[in-house]
Design a binder for this molecule. Sequence first.
Ligand code: BGC
Length: 791
Amino acid sequence: MKRTEKMEFVRHAASEGMVLLKNDNNTLPLSSKNTVALFGIASYQCFKLGWGSGDMLAQRIIQIDEALEAAGYKLEKTSNEIARAWVSSHKEEYQRVNRNWAEWVFRFNEIEITEEQVNNASKGAEYAIITIGRCSGEADDLKNEEGFFKLHSDESALIRNVSKSFKHTILILNTCGPLDLTSIEDCNIDSILYASMGGERFGYSVVDLISGETNPSGKLSTTWARVYEDYPTTEGITTMLVPYNEGIYVGYRYFDTFNVEPRYPFGFGLSYTTFDMKAGDFFVDGSIINFVVNVTNTGNVAGKEVVQCYISCPDGKMEKAYQDLCAYAKTKLLQPQQSEEIVISFDMTEIASYDEENARFVLEAGNYIVRYGNSSRNTHVAFVIKVEGEIVCVKTVNRLVPNNDALKLISKKGIAPYTYAGEAQEIADAEAFVLDPNAIELVVCDKYEDTPDELLIPKDDKLYTLEDVWNGDATVEDVVAQFSNEELAMLLNGVIYDSSNANANVGSMAIKVRGAAGELWTSEKYKIPTNAVADGPGGIRLSIFGTPEESDTDVCKEMVAYPSGTCLANTWSFDIALKFGMCVYDDMCISDIEGWLAPGINIHRNPLNGRNFEYMSEDPLLAGKTGAYITLGVQYDEETEPLGRYTTIKHFACNNIEYERGVSDSVVSERALREIYLKAFKIAIMESGALAVMTAYNKINGEFSSTSFDLLNGILRGEWGFDGIVMTDWNPCSDAKKHSYAGNDLIMPGCHKTDIIQGLEDGTVNKASAQKCACRILNLILKSNYVLKNR
Ligand code: BGC
């Protein structure tokens, strides 16, 4: 793939993921004949991504000012000169912080421009554009304070001044996620574009939308509340015990069920054209419901729309949310008057609720209302599915039960949900059909993955290598059986080459590829080739701490900074997620990286989480599907043949806040885990055949995710049938000796070799489990390095 193709992709993908939140009087698009006054540091020096392992170095980031000029806009002189003078005096700093944004976060409105100067500027231009930047990153969270989740007083003052003076004001939000916009609610702002973090072509993507070159089609993957206090997830996020008291009511599931008006609802996003959506036929195939929606572009310019399908499940023994997203699809680019018939499908077994009392997924009796529309707050009823008696879909055992004293689940009892005019009539008029209970096949998964109690013993005296396995002359078990305790410990640990370097924490661990995050054990004796892994999810992050001269190798320079996970999810496009994976695959080929430590698909539970920009959505279907398509793009070619490179879906699970992430405990009901938090992973992993998973640092219900037998061997492997490898996050706080028994194969980046050897010797590490982990790692190397070599 040519680099220019990837750059075009970054530009296009980011513009599809930017969401137009407001556009009064069709202020946008804006003809390039206009002169524009440009304000705000981020108009000149944007955040392409947040900081930490989700960041990327970029050789050249396209800024909004230059992109506007490139598109033919004139920049108003006074405002531009003042800003550019500030920018040029901070150029080096900006280049440096491109390596660590954390230093840059507290820059709000340092470009000093007086009210009078703003007023003068408005004489030379009718249109003002202000960009507000907000960054966040690993190991830190936003706060519900000014300059974090709230606008800084300097930012509000700038917006106030500008919107008072100019005829038209356009606000661009170059932010890691939602912000509280209360302080500027009364300002006269015509248009708001949530540009999120669009990677290294950021400026071009923004200007493509401003100019109308691209028609906005992004939709919010996460609800924007009016104020922080409106979210149901605020309790305990800066404590060691985080109670998920909202249970299943995460994001729109809460706002709709408890009838709290969001600032911008889930799924919302404007376009420069209008669409008409009509429900067509539906047909049922066993448990699969297929449903036709006809979409017509009824406006004057070409555009794309997202068909969103929600289902409202009936209350029974369990409370249900007002609605859950059950399917979605994006149209092609529709010309004015052009229509497209979209067929969307969902499986009723995926809709089932988790009944903790009986440890099963069940469709309770009642009416299931299927809705379609273009946001969670703009839908109509399509049809009704009647379930006449309860249908049990899956029988299992409870594996992740919280300490109930720490959890006070909220209930919707006595609260009227959101409704819209005519809803009751639509439900009464809707066509209904009865779901055949025999269409659903009961799945029973009530056993743990078996752990071996029999040790692997060497077959004979011959030396078996991985090459012999590849050639069909031995099995991975034959190879592993010969390992000494030390060799076993080497394979179960990553390899650190520079443990003396305190900075070598994120990245910089590998020797095969400079700047990669780590490497697996290499052995000439057993013909185990080097398998190198690099972060994500912003691209293939090759980062060497130090000066640009030291760190920017030619390969580093070739790597691309892609849009953030949130921006990609805001596209609601399977095609874009797939193409993103294909681009990353190409970067992996260039840099010789086998494993990519991404995508990150944790749920956007709380808007303050510093890593939300890396993650996709508050909804498990949207997060899971986006992760699945990215993985398909990395791991398989067009004929679905394995390519030998792999993704590592992370952070499994419930890394929903960074505060004390190494040791904090997420206390979650098993129902919410299974219906929301784990579901995203289930979709991403099972629908893509992902080869690797990274556990989270935090605990879930008292046990570290990385040493949770129930989570890893019980659910991931036992129930979902995952047969790839599980690795820890870097330097976990969990007990190294417990990993292999729990089903966590690999400890990264590799500081625990001695503990494992000791454990194997004194019996505190179960050798048979350790051997099983080793077999899985070798299988990955076969599917990766050996496939690559032999393709
Ligand atoms: C992050 C991971 C990352 C790893 C390697 C950790 O600090 O949490 O997401 O993959 O570092 O850089």
